[in-house]
Design a protein around this ligand. Structure first.
Ligand code: PLP
Length: 392
């Protein structure tokens, strides 16, 4: 740190320079984030100092959070769901599984087995092979064994594989409503039935899909309407067009949230259920602003434009003989392309396009976010053709 500070002007120049080095979303086809809506940006700045870690001081922001939770709860068919605004899908997933694990370890059945002299066995969690990498962090942090269920040929988790991995130390299941790599939706109804039958918890990771699925023409069952679903992660900072960091974790019942309770003796409020302490009130205000400004109609429009762009992209790609690995359900497209790693790096180096890849099966991955335009797609497909032609 410098002994004496730099002038505001000097700092502004440095920041402008750094901002100039950041990529513009107009070249980005790999991210699940996008430009936040301007009303979210304004609200974020207005509430910039608000700390939800000590919400007794920020009652106004706290009330906004309560309203967000009930409107998103309502969207997910449980207006009285409980939870809080997280920093994103990762924190929501960690906390959802932490609650499952805590309740499992406290359960009578588990306590009895310990008393009868049974050795400690690491609890396990059954997740689809396509689960987001945050579940590897979950496993490490919570000391829970991850059991990865295989996928069928449409890249949905195989219900048979999930069933075969469940045993008496299984704390719960994870289903994905919009997988990060393929945008696929697991057979959530069938998984919910299993969770009910086996009396285990079930978390739905709708970090990306939560702000897409309810607004598509086709309807999917993935939320609290299904009786087995005990928690859901949904991210306003992805397709919700809010600012970063904005995630939401919702539980069906209060006792799930309660299992995360910590005492906070020196704050204005005496308990906390969150993972982080200090927490952004700005992202809360931003989320309130954008969801109330857009409403269902606004999100339907946004999603429908992204889907139009997605089918336009597929048409253009078909003209150059490039096809998707699965028919996209949402605005995530995985393409069957030879030598995708080389293609990816050449697209970046020669044409300044950021695309991503899928692991298994290996493919080129594109996310068609609201910042994408028809012109962007035309120019991308023409650049992709140049790279593919020169490959042969
Ligand atoms: C993006 C994503 C996450 C992680 O969310 P972050 O906000 O990046 O922490 C988790 N699950 C799914 C399905 C995602 O798409």
């Amino acid at each position: 740190m410098n002994e004496t500070g730099l002038s505001e002007e000097k700092i502004r120049n440095i920041l402008n320079d750094s901002k100039g080095q950041d990529l513009k979303y107009e070249r980005v086809l790999s991210s699940m984030c996008t430009y936040p809506h301007r009303i979210a940006v304004q609200a974020h700045m207005q509430f910039i100092e608000s700390n939800m870690g000590d919400f007794g001081l920020f009652r106004g922001t706290y009330n906004l959070e309560k309203e967000i939770l009930s409107s998103i709860g309502d969207l997910l068919h449980k207006a009285d769901a409980v939870g809080y605004m997280t920093t994103g899908g990762t924190e929501s997933n960690i906390q959802a599984i932490r609650s499952m694990r805590n309740l499992f370890l406290q359960s009578e059945k588990y306590q009895k087995s310990l008393k009868s002299g049974q050795k400690y066995v690491r609890p396990n969690l059954v997740v689809p092979e396509s689960a987001h990498f945050s579940f590897d962090k979950v496993s490490d942090i919570l000391d829970v064994e991850l059991r990865k269920a295989s996928l069928d040929d449409e890249l949905k988790v195989s219900v048979e594989s999930v069933k075969s991995l469940i045993d008496e130390n299984t704390i719960g299941l994870v289903a994905i409503a919009g997988s990060t790599e393929f945008g696929q939706v697991d057979p959530i109804k069938a998984l919910s039935d299993i969770a009910v039958e086996k009396n285990i918890f079930m978390h739905v990771d709708a970090a990306f899909g939560g702000f897409v699925l309810p607004f598509l023409k086709k309807s999917y069952e993935f939320d609290f309407k299904l009786p087995g679903v005990t928690s859901i992660a949904i991210d306003p900072h992805k397709m919700g067009l809010s600012t970063i960091p904005a995630g939401i974790l919702l539980f069906r019942d209060f006792h799930h949230l309660e299992s995360l309770k910590a005492d906070t003796p020196y704050l204005t409020v005496s308990t906390q259920y969150t993972l982080t302490g200090t927490r952004s009130g700005a992202a809360v205000a931003a989320t309130y602003a954008v969801i109330n400004h857009l409403g269902k109609e606004g999100y339907r429009k946004t999603v429908s434009r992204c889907m139009e762009l997605t089918s336009y992209l597929l048409d253009k790609l078909a003209e150059i003989n490039v096809y998707p690995l699965i028919e996209p359900l949402m605005n995530v497209v995985a393409l069957e392309i030879p030598k995708c790693d080389i293609v990816r790096s050449r697209l970046a180096k020669e044409f300044n396009w950021q695309v991503s890849i899928t692991q298994n099966p290996h493919g080129l991955r594109l996310v068609i976010m609201p910042h994408v335009s028809f012109e962007m797609i035309d120019s991308f497909v023409s650049d992709l053709k140049k790279v593919l032609d020169s490959l042969e």
